[in-house]
Design a protein around this ligand. Structure first.
Ligand SMILES: [Mg+2]
Length: 161
């Protein structure tokens, strides 16, 4: 596995959401199962099976993990915190810019903090929208479409082992 950095989209990639955008699921929310958060309006976010195991695996291999998601930052970080996932993430990018720009920002921050360089071909990106996957692929990363190139996190773990 030659990737140094793994970047994931959120909605319909690492989790499923009831309302289209996870940032519409505002606190107070509660965990109805370890992988499902619900708020008092009945909106919910449910983590896809295998995401936690994948993050643990990548961390054990000392790989960087981050997020590039079109969502409002505050509410989305609340969800990542509530799932216990934010501790895995370096410089998550939540906003409305193109995903290739978000990834380049992550790399810039990592290189500043850790004095490392990460080339496009050392980046793995996963998203459920072709419009997001294509520019990242053109930039030079491995950029896969969730639901087509990768069907599940179990399958992705097998690909990476
Ligand atoms: Mg998505």
């Amino acid at each position: 596995m030659n990737y140094k950095l793994f970047v994931f989209d959120l909605d319909e990639t690492i989790w499923t959401v009831s309302e289209g955008l996870c940032s519409l699921v505002r606190p107070p929310f509660r965990l109805s199962t370890p992988d499902r958060l619900e708020n008092d309006k009945g909106y919910w976010v449910e983590l896809k099976p295998g995401v936690r195991q994948l993050f643990k695996f990548l961390r054990s291999k000392k790989r960087y993990i981050s997020i590039a998601s079109r969502n409002d930052s505050g509410p989305t970080m609340d969800l990542l915190d509530a799932f216990g996932l934010s501790e895995y993430l370096d410089f998550p990018q939540l906003g409305w810019r193109p995903k290739d720009e978000s990834i380049q920002r992550i790399i810039k921050e990592l290189s500043k903090r850790d004095k490392i360089s990460i080339k496009p071909e050392e980046v793995f990106f996963l998203d459920d929208w072709p419009e997001n996957v294509v520019p990242v692929k053109l930039w030079g990363a491995t950029s896969l479409l969730f639901g087509q190139d990768v069907q599940s996190y179990e399958e992705l773990m097998e690909m990476l082992k």
